[in-house]
Design a protein around this ligand. Sequence first.
Ligand SMILES: [Zn+2]
Length: 394
Amino acid sequence: MKHSIRLHRISKSINNKTVILRFHYSDSQADGEKELFFSFPLFCESALVDNRSEAFLLALFPICSRRNIHFYSNIAMSESFFQKINAFNTFLSYNSSQYHKIVLSAPTIKDERSAKDWRLASGSLGVDSFHTLYVLDKNHLYRRPTHLVFNNTGSNEEGGMLHTNLLQGRMENTKRFCLENGYGFIFVDSNYKSLFEMRYVYTHLFVNSAIGYMLGNAVSTFYVSSSGDVAKTLEYDGPPGHVDFVIYPFLSSEIMEFVLAEGDFISRFDKMRDLVEYVPAQRHLNVCFDFADNCCRCEKCRRTLMALECLDGMDKFSSCFSPDKYLKNRDYIWADMILDYEKGDVYVKEMWPMFKNKLKFKHRLLALYKKLYKKIRKLHGGVFVTNLLHLKCW
Ligand SMILES: [Zn+2]
């Protein structure tokens, strides 16, 4: 029998300070009914949609398409959404061997819900999401987002629980930022990741979009912080996030409009050029891979610091990066950036023409030393030699 998933019903319940949306479904390769849940703050209750299946289909789209699972729903979805997602399904399967054309079946209806006034954007506080807020504040104030969403549906390896200090710290950062800047704050928790094990890069775009549809009684617009890459338009084997601008028009419908706030594509460095003068980013920019606050050492912190150095913006960002820590370790960080450049890091490449003039002989020597050290460690693997050569960088 062909592998399929069927959505049977959706329920909504209140639990303590959250309201939980549950999608009850069956999987032809497993026994019994399963539940995918998403929890929201209590004030979202009337915004949540429990009689439409757009959100469930979107959340499951990468799973079904990449694993060739057919999708059936007993719950209706908007006619225009159904047509667009089917077109997308066809488009994707013809352009990539990684995606299959799946059978989609659901009752469709014409959706005529009344005016809605919530506009969502991502609350990750990274460069892309801050640039979206910057563009909207600067050019389209009347369309400023009303709420920022922070969700636990992917980057956290286990999902479904607020169980790491890193996640808790990042959530608190976003909450504080929303309070200071007049945005509503929506934290979404889910068991998505534990039910459907798939890499975050393939799922997050769809799950984030699904959350917009879940809040469809109130949300009219979802601003997307694109990191799109025009050159990769048809390389669908890569992560979908690289081709945002192709995907999002397919996901919009008469219920929900997805808007790429940047309008066109600009490099990460050009985004940083804008953010250097944007006060909310100066206070709250958060890019770190490893910690709730910027560590000034990981790959993402390094390249952001490098941009700030090129743009003479280090002092302005002293409340979210530590200039002392950076200055103390700058030689090592710069040596790492030389290695990032040699590895072909696209973000470092963008800044390289400005950065290379600042480099001195000692940085190149240090980079060479680090490279040799890594090679010897790989070949030798012995504790004595690697300890002998190890630089006490941190
Ligand atoms: Zn970091």
